[in-house]
Design a binder for this molecule. Structure first.
Ligand SMILES: [Fe+2]
Ligand SMILES: [Fe+2]
Length: 155
């Protein structure tokens, strides 16, 4: 996965505040895929990453972080399943590649959960960098490819 310019811009805003409060991810119209249901899902995913950023700012305990990560994991499964079902229904060519990226992303979330459970020293900064990165990269990357194909079939 390559880092998009948007990722760099948004993430550099977060990092510039590293010594103070981290800055939340801000929704930008370029994240829209043009399918109302999925744009709504993506906004909720942004809010979930933001709630992890807030948990960090507030020095919340490990249980709060674990719960937030579990919520994000569950919602991500729901969202990925919905996207895949629609791509499959309309026989979108990019389905296999898209499913493979979803699976890789989910596996990485599971890996973070396992590392946190094992107390292996993973930092919340490291986890947030990964989560913000994949959310922005995937939403601006592969998710944008199904937009033009599905938009007129759905709405
Ligand atoms: Fe996707
Ligand atoms: Fe998505």
């Amino acid at each position: 996965m390559s880092l998009s310019n948007d990722y760099v811009i948004v993430w550099s805003k977060i990092m510039s505040e590293r010594d103070g409060n981290m800055q939340a991810l801000v929704w930008n119209n370029r994240f829209n895929v043009g399918i109302r249901e999925f744009d709504q899902h993506h906004k909720i995913l942004f809010e979930m990453v933001n709630s992890l950023i807030i948990a960090k700012e507030e020095n919340s305990g490990p249980q709060v972080i674990k719960n937030s990560l579990e919520q994000l994991h569950m919602y991500t499964i729901f969202h990925f399943t919905a996207e895949e079902a629609m791509m499959r229904h309309f026989e979108f060519d990019g389905l296999d590649e898209h499913v493979a990226e979803h699976e890789a992303l989910l596996q990485q979330v599971i890996d973070y959960q396992d590392r946190i459970a094992a107390n292996d020293g993973v930092t919340i900064d490291e986890m947030l960098e990964f989560l913000a990165g994949w959310l922005i990269d995937h939403t601006l990357g592969l998710d944008q490819l199904y937009g033009p194909f599905l938009r007129h079939r759905v709405e």
